[in-house]
Design a protein around this ligand. Structure first.
Ligand SMILES: *Cc1c(COP(=O)(O)O)cnc(C)c1O
Length: 427
């Protein structure tokens, strides 16, 4: 029976049999017991599936990864300790020293740093292109050694909506996968695999957790990319792995399982960026209400955006669900039920008036976080980007008056009243 997203949010990933716990058990154990060394040896050779050490796999994590895979329409999934680890693994699983990646330039700052500084030191080269690139512009960024194309469904913090179908088309023409960070839209509002993406990543720290309690990440494989058809590009998946007695992931686990099995067996084994079973339990609680919460984040976001749009003390506003927004048409296509609850806008009067506005907020708190139940806001010019001059900020696409506000689950009327009084205080 094909289930709707709401049912998968609540019940996906774990089906107890007769007399078993209704809620997913937290298997708080680092290790697992076996009767014979032969039994365990088979696990180490990837000849049998099962658990032996929680750094590689744990049943609680697997229930939740399975739910996420079902939500995204993928064939396999894994949890990681953070969104950073998920994005790192998603690329490093198929690219190595001497390889090249094409990435949207409008991505989360932490990911940009990971790609442009840390992974560059590992010998992986990135070309950053506008998320608004035409087919020809994406084409011209591709190289013979390009191994993947990367972008965010709804970018943090610019809120650019990616034309996933177009990026997938160019990636596939070059025989490489499209990797999409779907953190802001969540699988409730967009399922990138349905639009041609091959691998989906998440910072579960944001809406999926939704309550600001646990840092985590996830990777989901769509199971459609034919690694063997491009075996020369992906030797890690298509040639024998000596560290597992010469198994070849793409032949042994097929399109459906090769990517996640390799990322677990090699990268998790070696880097150890595992999510704790306790955190997996928390994000499962978040997933159980994700569909209800996302609808409210969007509803509240739209009300606040409409209010800001018409306010005389607001210089400009970016919110993809707002008619007239640059990304309105793409948002309608990829996120017909709305994108998320994050809005960017400028306070009239520049940096100083923006500081005054933020100081006067009473319900909305100043935080570096986004995407949880409590509304919060950030002034990048005074926080994440405070080393930059006003001119440098503008060059980076961040105006000195930019406020990023993450609309939570409080009463929209209270949020609007709070913003209204804080704006009045800047007069
Ligand atoms: C926060 C975020 C990340 C990083 O996730 P962490 O869980 O903080 O490591 C990656 N991508 C996007 C879009 C994010 O918002």
């Amino acid at each position: 029976m094909k289930k709707h997203i709401e049912t998968i949010c609540v019940q996906g990933g774990y089906t107890p049999s007769n007399g078993e716990p209704r809620q997913i058990p937290i298997i708080q154990s680092t290790t697992f017991k076996y009767d014979t060394s032969e039994d365990m040896g088979k696990l180490f050779d990837l000849e049998a599936s099962g658990y032996f050490y929680t750094r590689l796999q744990n049943p609680t994590n697997d229930y939740v990864a399975k739910k996420l895979a079902e939500l995204e329409g993928g064939t396999a999934g894994m949890l990681t300790s953070s969104g950073q680890a998920a994005n790192f693994f998603s690329i490093f699983n198929i690219a190595t020293c001497g390889d090249h990646i094409v990435s949207s330039a409008n991505i989360y700052g932490g990911t940009f740093n990971l790609f442009s500084v840390t992974m560059k030191k590992m010998g992986i080269d990135f070309t950053f292109i506008s998320p608004d690139s035409t087919e020809e512009e994406i084409e011209s960024a591709m190289r013979p050694n390009t191994k993947a194309v990367f972008g965010e469904t709804v970018a943090n913090p610019s809120l650019a909506v990616l034309d996933i179908e177009l990026f997938a088309k160019v990636a596939h023409r070059h025989g490489v996968p499209l990797i999409i960070d779907n953190t802001f839209a969540t699988p409730v509002n967009c399922r990138p695999i349905e639009w041609g993406a091959d691998i989906v990543t998440h910072s579960t720290t944001k809406y999926i957790d939704g309550h600001g309690v646990s840092v985590g990440g996830a990777i989901i494989d769509g199971g459609k990319f034919d690694w063997m058809a491009h075996a020369d590009k992906f030797p890690g998946l298509c040639t024998p792995d000596d560290s597992y007695h010469g198994i070849t992931y793409a032949t042994k686990f097929g399109k459906e399982g090769a990517f996640i099995t390799k990322a677990t067996a090699q990268l998790m084994r070696d880097f150890g960026a595992i999510q704790s079973p306790q955190h997996a339990f928390y994000i499962n609680l978040g997933l159980e209400s994700l569909h209800v919460r996302m609808a409210r984040h969007v509803e509240n976001g739209r009300k606040v955006a409409e209010f800001l749009k018409n306010h005389p003390l607001v210089e400009w506003i970016t919110y993809p669900d707002l008619e007239g927004d640059k990304y309105y048409d793409l948002a309608k296509k990829y996120c017909p039920n709305g994108t998320c609850g994050v809005i960017s806008f400028g306070v009239k009067g520049g940096r100083k008036k923006t500081e005054e506005f933020m100081k006067n907020l009473r319900v909305i708190a100043i935080e570096t976080h986004v995407a949880d139940a409590r509304s919060c806001c950030l002034h990048p010019a005074n926080a994440t980007h405070r080393q930059m001059t006003d001119d440098e900020l503008v060059a980076a696409g961040i105006t000195p008056d930019l406020v990023r506000v993450s609309i939570g689950l409080e009463s929209a009327d209270d949020l609007i009243a709070d913003i209204a009084q804080a704006l009045e205080a800047t007069r």
